[in-house]
Design a protein around this ligand. Structure first.
Ligand SMILES: NC(=O)c1ccc[n+]([C@@H]2O[C@H](COP(=O)([O-])OP(=O)(O)OC[C@H]3O[C@@H](n4cnc5c(N)ncnc54)[C@H](OP(=O)(O)O)[C@@H]3O)[C@@H](O)[C@H]2O)c1
Length: 283
């Protein structure tokens, strides 16, 4: 199969690219194709003729999206719309990455793919609009919602915590947002399997289990052998621009129907730290 990875330079895209074997991969960054521009996307697909497109490109700055909602919507809504329209025209199937931030976090049980979305932020609203565009315009599609991504290819939450621990005597981390940290290598593996199985529909893909950002930070530091003091704070005390869901755990049931289950976030974190050490980013 020919697989185009749009967003191949990102946190997830890099791991998709590095771990994929047995298919022809066509990587694309924003320099190769700007998804805001339909004619660029269409030309790219006509030239490359992929069987599948993985759309991992997005504007992922959650607080930045509050400041520049037009930019967030131009990339996260118009981009998927352009890719979906061009995919339909060229006969490619579309795998679109979405987020737990399409939900408001008021649920008292893990979110199912069929639950109504109700985003709290401009980022969440722009990604929800991207989901709608994919469902409206693409012919064959998968929408995979995931959460709290981390990986060794780009700076992300655990690496920032490790860095902060080097320079600050105590760290303050939010303890009232609950979700599932997800290792990009595990997510990339599930994406590969779903494409091989020719899956369809909305699915949740996260590592199993859940925690708060505070729990996550404590486990990162403990496993890395750091003894820094971590103090729990509330979301209100963190003074972030964008509202975030207090509870955004995603149910694995629909993914399980394909026989796929991701390991626990704690086990995945061990591999991530090993990966960081191999890359010389952790002593
Ligand atoms: N990070 C998370 O915690 C998280 C959580 C849930 C869901 N997600 C979703 O998962 C997906 C992957 O996220 P990520 O964290 O891997 O993203 P990321 O590291 O921020 O990478 C974003 C990618 O999008 C590309 N891009 C940005 N604007 C573009 C444009 N106009 N045209 C073409 N490409 C463009 C970037 O290319 P350049 O390098 O060329 O700029 C980069 O490859 C996204 O859909 C995101 O919404 C992420």
């Amino acid at each position: 199969m020919r697989i185009a990875i749009i967003g191949s330079s990102g946190l997830l895209g890099t791991d998709l690219l590095e771990g994929w074997a047995g298919d022809e991969i066509i990587p694309a960054t924003s320099r190769d194709v700007d998804i805001r521009d339909f004619s660029q996307v269409h030309r790219f697909l006509i030239r490359e003729r992929p069987d599948w497109i993985i759309l991992a490109a997005a504007f992922t700055d959650v607080d930045g999206s509050e400041k520049s909602p037009e930019l967030a919507f131009s990339i996260n809504r118009n981009g998927p719309r352009n890719v979906a329209l061009a995919a339909r025209d060229t006969g490619a199937k579309l795998f679109y990455l979405s987020t737990d931030y399409v939900f408001d976090g008021l649920s008292d049980r893990p979110y199912e793919p069929t639950d109504p979305v109700h985003p709290l932020s401009a980022y969440g609203a722009s990604k929800a609009a991207g989901e709608q565009a994919v469902q409206k315009h693409a012919k064959d599609w998968i929408i995979a919602r995931t959460s709290w991504l981390y990986g060794a290819s780009r700076p992300c939450f655990p690496e920032k915590i490790l860095h902060a621990a080097e320079t600050q005597p105590e760290l303050k981390v939010v303890n009232d947002q609950i979700g599932s940290p997800t290792y990009t290598k595990d997510l990339a593996g599930a994406i590969r399997e779903l494409i091989r199985m020719d899956a369809h529909g909305i699915l949740n893909i996260t590592n199993s289990g859940f925690c708060s950002w505070f729990d996550f930070a404590k486990d990162v530091l403990r496993k890395a052998g750091r003894s820094s003091l971590v103090l729990p704070i509330s979301t209100a005390e963190a003074h972030r621009l964008a509202k975030r869901p207090a509870y955004s755990v995603l149910s694995p049931a629909a993914l399980g129907a394909y026989g796929i289950a991701l390991r626990s976030w704690q086990d995945a974190l061990n591999d991530y730290l090993r990966d960081l050490r191999q890359k010389g980013k952790l002593r």
